[in-house]
Ligand binder design. Structure first.
Ligand code: URA
Length: 198
């Protein structure tokens, strides 16, 4: 029950609603990536999803369309979700960065610091059971670890109240058969865990 501005009786802060976060993000000028963007790519999907998928940053197609994972990696992500018994509209998909880094370069630490209040807000608002981290950047950010994705993929981790399931980034697996088989196996494992209510 709310007792005062945003606080519950237990003293916990209420999540900021997704549409409010999206409005803030659309006007964001917290880092220089705002200068080159076509769209802020906030996130898409079911606001009550059991599964939050977290990628790295928008690419060219995502910047143009304003939606995460709509290019080649997105097509492949849709297939991976199907292997877990999920459709795109069942999950919520977001990125660590909401704006495209020029030439798809790696996110800079200061960009991650400026942008991640949005991802934290999304995580609180959606309150998923599972966070599936795609690749090194989102895994390192969510788990606060320096351990790489090659060691962590396919292992169930915990971050606060969330189960975290790191997997390879679909873009990295498209042209690498070894990663592709591991990634597809990890999504089947995700499906099993969801089915078992794990
Ligand atoms: N790669 C990502 O990490 N995110 C996208 O939205 C698209 C490609």
């Amino acid at each position: 029950m709310e007792t005062q501005a945003g606080k519950t009786q237990a003293g916990k802060t209420q999540p900021i609603p997704l549409d409010e976060l999206a409005r803030d993000a659309a006007a964001c000028r917290r880092c220089p990536l705002c200068e080159g963007r076509t769209h802020v790519v906030f996130g898409v999907g079911n606001p009550q999803a059991r599964v939050l998928i977290v990628g790295e940053a928008p690419g060219k197609n995502e910047d143009l369309q304003g939606e995460p994972f709509v290019g080649a990696a997105g097509q492949y992500l849709n297939e991976l979700l199907a292997a877990a018994g999920l459709m795109r509209q069942d999950v919520y998909i977001a990125n660590v960065l909401k704006c495209r880094p020029p030439g798809n370069r790696d996110p800079l630490p200061e960009e991650i610091e400026a942008c991640t209040p949005y991802l934290r807000g999304q995580t609180r608002a959606i309150n998923p059971e599972f966070i599936v981290t795609l690749g090194n950047f989102s895994t390192k950010f969510i788990l606060k670890t320096e351990v790489g994705i090659t060691r962590l993929h396919g292992t169930l981790q915990q971050a606060g109240r969330f189960k975290v399931f790191p997997v390879f980034h679909p873009a990295a697996a498209i042209y690498d058969r070894t990663k592709r088989e591991l990634l597809e196996q990890d999504f089947r494992t995700l499906g099993t865990m969801l089915g078992e209510g794990l």
